[in-house]
Design a protein around this ligand. Structure first.
Ligand SMILES: Nc1ncnc2c1ncn2[C@@H]1O[C@H](COP(=O)(O)OP(=O)(O)OP(=O)(O)O)[C@@H](O)[C@H]1O
Ligand SMILES: [Mg+2]
Length: 541
């Protein structure tokens, strides 16, 4: 049977009432398919595209299964980021509005633990948290897991990835063995699916993705532009398309801070979200973005997964993401719940290859988009300004101003057209910059590669090692280089950091002793913790 109505789902009247109040008309496919299965008690792996309602798909069964008369913790939802924990917790509260006696609480790092402990003591049945803080509470015995019957891993593939795995294992191992475990994400790489067997009992795989991993209502474009021109290109796109809200993804925290400064200097309402900000600051930025006080959110991948903000109609990959999965999640911040969205990815030279990998992974083609010309931008700006002029003419009394203009024309022997043109110039500011953006040609790219011959790592006889330092460690580049030099007796030259949750970094070492170095590096510990190092390959490069 193909369920298309909430009425047909085995859910309580209280939930139906809240769904009606929220305004969901019919269940999304992932909801229609997974709610009955989860309610039946089975473990589930749910994969559905971004923005298709996975949150309610696991939240409704949680609310139905929690016993309001038992004041102990009964369900845990684990999320990779604090913002997501807050958001999921809000959604569960909304859905549970008419279910009396069920208390939920988000617990995440960066928020005073005392406040959380106090709230937990009052009897919370559903906790939505980031793994680190959940473990913290388990260790303090402020979270007791004896009555836990459901554990949900939202963004499961991310949670089971190296950086989070130990934490997740620790939590799962402490919950009752007969618990029900459900995993949700828009992406489920094969390696992860194998891992799920360790934590689930005969899971039912519910996969509602179509051929493509991304939703069809996101128009995906790429723009070839060299690094130096990215800022100008971004501004032009924003000026021409005028998105209501947009998210711009950068690969580094520093990069996002720098971009925010540049955008603010140009008069845009932009702010940054990344892992180096204090939690209060992160909360302020998210609130401002949700309210539209800022309309451009410049973020690292901390905002890539799960975040649901209405009216995000554009996503920019200012830097192309390192992982193909992240591309799917990043662009998925737009085009949610059936809305339209557009994404632009900036690529240049060698990155074209990475883009092709993304296309292969998502089974989607990115369409080339040209850089808007100054004329395009001017046309938009002039049209917007003239609309304001027209509205003013129609809506206000201009008698006094007409007299002034008449007098001016007479005294100075000017035509009204000349006066009007001068006023337009004054009002719109100086003419727009004449900076010329050249599109990089392939020939040019080849030429520059030739000129640089001998300067790439490979040509200097170096190889790159990929280091996964684990999410929890606040590791700086110098710690890694120090530890490597100490252990392996080589001078590791750090070639760059990519800070997806501070997890990944690369180090370049001489090819001749790469094998030996890799062997030795198995013993390396940073701040007492083991790290994972391997030769960079296509996936992690
Ligand atoms: N049945 C429904 N009808 C209409 N809108 C819905 C329905 N279910 C959920 N939504 C809305 O769709 C939006 C996206 O939902 P949600 O955040 O759960 O997506 P998701 O599948 O978890 O996406 P992601 O992979 O990005 O985490 C939310 O704003 C949510 O309120
Ligand atoms: Mg989600």
């Amino acid at each position: 049977m193909n369920i298309t109505k909430f009425e047909d789902l085995p859910i309580s009247d209280e939930i139906k009432r809240s769904i009606a109040e929220i305004g969901f008309e019919e269940p999304s496919p992932i909801q229609a398919q997974s709610i009955p299965v989860i309610l039946s008690g089975k473990d589930v792996i749910g994969q559905a595209q971004t923005g298709t309602g996975k949150t309610a798909a696991f939240s409704i069964p949680i609310l139905e299964k929690v016993d309001p008369n038992n004041k102990h913790l009964q369900a845990i939802v684990l999320c990779p980021t604090r913002e997501l924990a807050i958001q999921v917790s809000k959604e569960i509260r909304k859905l549970g509005k008419f279910k009396s006696g069920i208390k939920t609480l988000p617990v995440y790092g960066g928020q005073p633990i005392d406040r959380q402990i106090k709230a937990l003591k009052s009897g919370v049945q559903v906790v939505i948290g980031t793994p680190g803080r959940v473990i913290d509470h388990i260790n303090r015995k402020t979270l007791k897991l004896d009555d836990v019957k459901m554990v949900v891993l939202d963004e499961a593939d991310e949670m089971l990835d190296m950086g989070f795995r130990e934490d997740i294992e620790l939590i799962l191992n402490q919950t009752p063995i007969e618990r029900q475990t459900t995993f949700f994400s828009a992406t489920m790489p094969k390696e992860i699916l194998e891992l799920t067997k360790l934590y689930q009992h005969e899971p039912e795989i519910i996969k509602v993705v179509r051929k493509e991993l991304t939703v069809p209502n996101i128009k995906q474009f790429y723009i070839e532009t060299r690094r130096a021109n990215k800022l100008e290109v971004l501004c032009r796109l924003i000026d021409v398309y005028n998105p209501k809200l947009s998210v711009v993804f950068c690969n580094t925290k520093r990069g996002s801070d720098e971009l925010v400064s540049e955008l603010q200097a140009r008069g845009y309402f932009a702010d940054a979200l990344h892992g180096d900000l204090k939690q209060t600051q992160r909360d302020i930025v998210m609130d401002k973005f949700r309210q539209g006080t800022i309309d451009i959110l410049v973020a690292t991948d901390v905002a890539a997964r799960g975040i649901d903000v209405d009216d995000v109609d554009m996503v920019f990959n200012y830097d192309l993401p390192q992982d193909e999965e992240y591309y799917v999640h990043r662009i998925g911040r737009t085009g949610r719940a059936g809305r339209e969205g557009v994404s632009f990815s900036f690529v240049y030279g060698k990155e074209m290859r990475k883009m092709r990998d993304i296309e292969r992974y998502t089974k989607c083609k990115l369409v080339k988009h040209s850089i808007p010309t100054i004329a395009d931008v001017e046309e938009k700006k002039v049209a917007a300004f003239f609309k304001q002029v027209k509205d003013t003419v129609n809506e206000s009394n201009l008698a006094k101003q007409i007299n002034w203009v008449e007098a001016l024309c007479e005294e100075q022997e000017l035509s009204t057209l000349e006066v009007a043109a001068a006023l337009v110039k004054l009002a719109m500011g100086e003419e727009l910059k004449e900076e010329i953006i050249e599109e990089p040609s392939r020939k040019e790219a080849r030429k520059s590669k030739k000129a640089k011959k001998g300067s790439t790592g490979a040509e200097r006889g170096m190889v790159r090692l990929f280091i996964n330092v684990g999410r929890k460690q606040r590791v700086q580049a110098k710690d890694i280089v120090g530890a490597i030099a100490g252990e392996a007796g080589i001078s590791g030259k750090l070639v760059g950091t990519i800070d997806i949750y501070d997890k990944y970094t690369f180090v370049e070492v001489p090819k001749a002793n790469a094998k030996k170095v890799l062997e030795k590096l198995k013993n390396v510990k940073i701040k007492g913790n083991k790290i994972n190092i391997e030769k960079a390959n296509k996936k992690n490069k």
